[in-house]
Unconditional design. Structure first.
Length: 312
């Protein structure tokens, strides 16, 4: 696998229990973003960056143009609305009476807006399926982030596992992508015109694949301290399927095997119990004998951690 970034290492903050499970099972948990701790992270609905009232008038005017122009418009027949546009063109063409432009627009307004709402709802049903069927493994750039130690490593009682990118082993971390921290979530369309062209099967700039990555790699600026990167296992975007267990419950995570060589080092939290430390160290033999071990030590003069390698 060609590495797509310039990083050699990533870090995973975990509880002591999770560190032990990772080493014993040799598997990593890849989760659906729908079980992440941030309800704004991927779990939000797809939205538009303009008001419905702003959209409505332009949408109805464009529908009138497409259904009344003498020249047949060149539209994408796979778009659901196109068949309706073509049908209305036939009705208009064969109608013995002619409605004024204003009369037609008033008559079609409620139907058009209902279609618009249905299409947006349908897109959000699709997005929910995509989110629940996706799998993500999250890592970060730093081993010494005090907030991360407190939030994800059990108040410094847990550990940090240092993973190495190994292109020769084709490991997934080579394809990790950096999260962007933004003030507003990405949108499917920034202007009414582009969204109207998308809805009506005309050439447009909306790209579902780009939207997928924009949404999956965007978080609120409040989370900027994490410096997060993500590894994806995306579903089939055209037909996302959420796996279920024998009882019909959705499965929202997978345990994925990794190579022992991927773990470079492990850092024991400055408040980890001796019992947990010994249990983890017991696992660091055989295929894990190469793993370096460090004690985290609270610096007495600064708000920082120092690291002391354990040589045994």
């Amino acid at each position: 696998m060609t590495i797509i970034h310039d990083r050699k290492y990533f870090y995973k903050y975990v509880t002591a229990e999770a560190a032990l499970l990772i080493l014993q099972s040799r598997k990593l948990k890849y989760s659906s973003p729908f079980i992440f701790n941030d309800p704004f992270d991927v779990q939000t609905r797809i939205v538009l960056r303009f008001e419905e009232s702003e959209f409505a008038e332009l949408y109805i005017k464009e529908l009138y143009r497409l259904t009344h122009d003498e020249k047949d418009p060149c539209l994408d027949a796979t778009v659901p609305l196109v068949s309706d546009i073509q049908l209305i063109r036939q009705v208009v063409k064969n109608s013995p009476t002619e409605m004024s432009r204003d009369q037609w627009m008033e008559a079609i307004k409620d139907i058009a807006m209902k279609q618009y709402i249905q299409l947006l709802d349908s897109m959000n049903v699709w997005w929910s399926q995509v989110g629940r069927a996706s799998r993500i493994f999250c890592v970060v750039e730093e081993r010494d982030n005090l907030l991360m130690w407190a939030h994800y490593a059990q108040n410094h009682e847990g550990a940090v596992i240092q993973f190495e990118c190994l292109p020769e082993l084709d490991n997934p971390l080579c394809a990790a992508m950096k999260v962007n921290y933004v003030t507003d979530p990405p949108v499917i369309a920034k202007t009414p015109d582009d969204y109207i062209r998308y809805l009506t099967g005309q050439p447009h700039t909306i790209d579902h694949k780009s939207l997928f990555y924009d949404l999956y790699l965007s978080k609120s600026v409040h989370w900027k301290y994490e410096n997060e990167w993500r590894v994806f296992i995306p579903p089939n975007l055209l037909n996302p399927i959420v796996p279920k267990d024998a009882y019909g419950n959705e499965i929202l995570f997978d345990l994925i095997s990794f190579y022992p060589q991927e773990i470079h080092s492990i850092y024991f939290g400055c408040k980890m119990s001796e019992d947990n430390r010994q249990k983890i160290e017991t696992c660091l033999s055989g295929d894990f004998e190469h793993v370096k071990k460090y004690n985290c030590i609270r610096n007495e003069k600064k708000y920082k951690l120092d690291f002391a390698e354990i040589i045994r």
